[in-house]
Ligand binder design. Structure first.
Ligand code: SAM
Ligand code: DTB
Ligand code: SF4
Length: 350
């Protein structure tokens, strides 16, 4: 079974893990003296996770652009005048080729994203083939396809999908400033369908869209008060894209960003907190602080969905300087596993 360990199955307070946070308590956490906050987060991090391991996932956009939704940050919305070229659903052979490269480069999870409001059942047939073939390579699978029905979630579960990514994006209060074509509740409903099927949940949000600290606390509250925490919590820093409504939004101060990572770690101690989009704009030191604060997962590979990610050589060099190693997938296959030596390679200095 490739299912990742699912440690927070109790919906009460297992090991003192809470699901009843008030926004004011989270605001207090975010406002703590920085050293106290980081010490608390890092102490918990060590209690639940190997201190020097980071899980690495590779993203691939399997269907790009022409999306009917109006998410204000996104290059792929048909409603925004971005320069993105649309692409139809990729052929399976191309997806598998990319997954093999990701595996050779050491990724344990392959995440496939589609610019859909929701998949049709026919779309899902194709995605299920992709999931089956990627799993056969021994990788964990994740897809992000928009809203799902109960029945579609069941089909994905039957196909052996490991993770479904569907972000809350922001607080319920700030949500209307970002997206108008689907509601916050729609997102919660999709997450519930995924959870009900026993698929691991990957859900987080974006910082730096002009939200305030209370919004950040409120978004974290939504995630942390779920009866079962998402197994994976991606925290993205907005990648500003020309032509989108959020281009030019007030960004987030780097210390505030690190504080938010620390708060996510404290609220959801057993989850993987992923330092997601926006790493390209971060210094090595900022990323190192994020890892210390509790981030233990990244997207690896030169591209995210439609925008640039950090160069893989730079990531390898940073991992080496920090003494970080990639954590291995739990998946099994008859094919050779990722080449661990990639991470012992001579770092590329710039
Ligand atoms: N279309 C599907 C959906 O929205 O549910 C799946 C793909 S969508 C691109 C996945 C997530 O990527 C979004 O929910 C958002 O959190 C994140 N994202 C998209 N564009 C971003 C950007 N410019 N900066 C940071 N995060 C972004
Ligand atoms: C997530 O939270 N971030 C990823 C993934 N889940 C699908 C997407 C980031 C996209 C960044 C902008 C782009 O490349 O288009
Ligand atoms: Fe479409 Fe997803 Fe982009 Fe929203 S985030 S516009 S749903 S691709």
């Amino acid at each position: 079974m490739t299912q990742a360990a699912n440690p927070n199955q109790n919906n009460g307070t297992n090991n003192g893990i809470r699901h009843d946070w008030r926004i004011a308590e989270i605001e207090d956490l975010l406002a703590k003296p920085f050293n106290d906050l980081l010490f608390e987060a890092h102490t918990l991090h060590r209690q639940y996770h190997p201190a020097n391991e980071v899980q690495i996932s590779t993203l691939l956009s399997i269907k790009t652009g022409a999306c009917p939704e109006d998410c204000g940050y996104c290059s792929q919305s048909a409603k925004h005048a971005t320069e993105l070229e649309r692409e139809r659903l990729l052929p399976i052979s191309e997806v598998i080729e990319k997954a093999k490269i990701a595996r050779t480069n050491g990724s344990s999870r392959f995440c496939m994203g589609a610019a859909w409001r929701n998949p049709t059942d026919k779309n899902l047939d194709k995605v299920i083939e992709m999931i089956t073939e990627v799993k056969a390579l021994g990788m964990e699978t994740c897809v992000t396809l928009g809203m799902l029905t109960e029945q579609q979630s069941q089909r994905l579960k039957d196909a052996g999908l490991d993770y479904y990514n569907h972000n809350l994006d922001t607080s319920p209060e700030f949500y209307g400033n970002v997206i108008t074509t689907r509601t916050f509740q729609d997102r919660l409903d999709t997450l519930q369908h995924v959870r009900d099927q026993g698929i691991n949940v990957c859900s987080g949000g974006i910082l730096g869209m002009g939200e305030n600290t209370t919004d950040r606390a409120s978004m974290l509250q939504q995630l942390a008060n779920m009866p079962q925490h998402p197994e994976s919590v991606p925290i993205n820093m907005l990648v500003q894209i020309e032509g989108t409504p959020l281009y030019g939004a007030d960004g987030i101060d780097s210390i505030e960003f690190i504080r938010t990572i620390a708060a996510a770690r404290i609220l959801m101690p057993q989850s993987q907190v992923r330092l997601s989009a926006g790493r390209h704009e971060m210094t090595d030191e900022m990323q190192a602080m994020c890892f210390f604060a509790g981030a233990n997962s990244i997207f690896y590979g030169d591209k995210l969905l439609t925008t640039e990610n950090c160069e893989t050589n730079d990531d390898l060099a940073l991992f080496q300087r920090l003494g970080i190693t990639p954590s291995q997938a739990e998946a099994h296959s008859s094919e050779p596993a990722a080449d661990e030596d990639m991470f012992k390679a001579e770092a590329c200095h710039h």
